[in-house]
Design a binder for this molecule. Sequence first.
Ligand SMILES: [Zn+2]
Length: 112
Amino acid sequence: MYNNIGAKIKVLAQVIAWLGIISGVIAGAVIMSESVGVGFGVMIGGALMSWISSWFMYGFGELIEQTTRIAKNTSFDDSGQKKHFAIACKCGTRNEEGMSFCQNCGEPINTV
Ligand SMILES: [Zn+2]
């Protein structure tokens, strides 16, 4: 239900933008029968405002998508726990991630 929420927000942002643009045009057309100048302003202004405000929502969706992608590539697993990587030293000893020096020979461990 909440999978791929970033993509859903992006779709919703587009739907809301179009609804805003359409309702702006309709409202502008209605007002235009009274005053052409004001109606035209509402039409353009309303459509423009809907479009611009949708950028923020779309951007938020984009942000979630990218963050999810980054999170998948980092050393955290799905439950948010940090994965432990064993780092092999030149001497053959496998040291836990975070160690600066080998537990066996005391050589500095290069974490690349
Ligand atoms: Zn070592």
